[in-house]
Write a protein that binds this ligand. Sequence first.
Ligand code: ATP
Ligand code: MG
Length: 359
Amino acid sequence: MRLDRLTVRGFRNLADAILDVPPAGAVLLGANGQGKTNLLEAIAYPVLFRSFRGAQDLELVRFGASGFRLTLDFQRAGRHRSIGAGFGQGRPRKQLELDGAPVRRLIDAAGQWLAVVFAPEDVRLAAGAAAGRRLFLDRTLALSDPGYLAALGRYREALAQRNAALRLARSDLARVFDPALAASGAVVMARRMAWVHDMREAFPASVAALGEPCAPAELAYQGTAELADPAAWPARLTQAETRDLARRATTVGPHRDDLVVRLAHRPVREFGSTGQHRSVAIALKLLELETIERARGLRPALLLDDVFAELDAARQQRLAARLFEAGSGQVFITSPRAGELPQDLGLPVWWVEQGRVAA
Ligand code: ATP
Ligand code: MG
């Protein structure tokens, strides 16, 4: 994956621009609050057509502007492609574009352009709430398996409608959505559990390679395993009916699950140190990168937002070695100071100041 040109209009604080991108990527330097992360956010947006920071589309529109537009011209497997996204400007829905033609369904445009972001807030993967880890699983699997993305879309739809019926205290209406919920939810469960199982060796290896001495490192899926079979759903949903009605929400299914990380047999979320949280988060992100790369046979662009700042020199070097071992991929790295980056990156420098980018 290689971004050749980025066209931005009305996005965050970035000045409208057409940026020709160096093949190897760039180091983005600039003081705090100048737009470095915003630029990464723009590059990452057309992967799944959402902000990696979890921002709503409306928040991405430059203050006072009526909408934003992004176009990425890139090369995939040697072929020139382009992907576009637009929001606002009087249109009710966001617009997706592939090779210049409008695309209606997310599933047809998602993952055409691939980038993996490492950001300081990833530490929440280890230390934060389960929702962040579910999103991590969903993004990783959606980008490596189109069947997952399709099932996830159907699941979310069925869940939203079922919950709307429960809010009206209409269990008869809620039941209408049970078959769709079961069919799609079982796929989501089965693929998440299979991924966690597949990672049982890669995850501890990844943690160890970052220099985290706290062995063993384990990854476990926390959920009702039998729901990987659609036939198990009706009984579970019936059992939960009174509770669902009382809470006015569906209490059964993968939207309640978690990915549990243990170091030395203890859940890292509760017992890990800040440094351990950081190592676990980076190890998970490396799995995301490797999973997508293996499934798609393409190296995603790497977007590294301030990730080296908090690491000691030895961890910096180990992480840089892991990230750049494959060598050939395009990399964008932000930092307020050049001195906080590992030595010898050999990347051109872009200066970011008040939303303007200069080579
Ligand atoms: P740091 O080094 O602190 O991480 P940064 O260069 O990464 O800084 P960004 O997060 O990219 O900074 O940009 C932050 C700036 O963008 C802030 O000044 C903020 O006010 C501005 N900003 C955020 N959203 C919008 C928006 N929708 N419209 C205009 N400006 C915005
Ligand atoms: Mg930033």
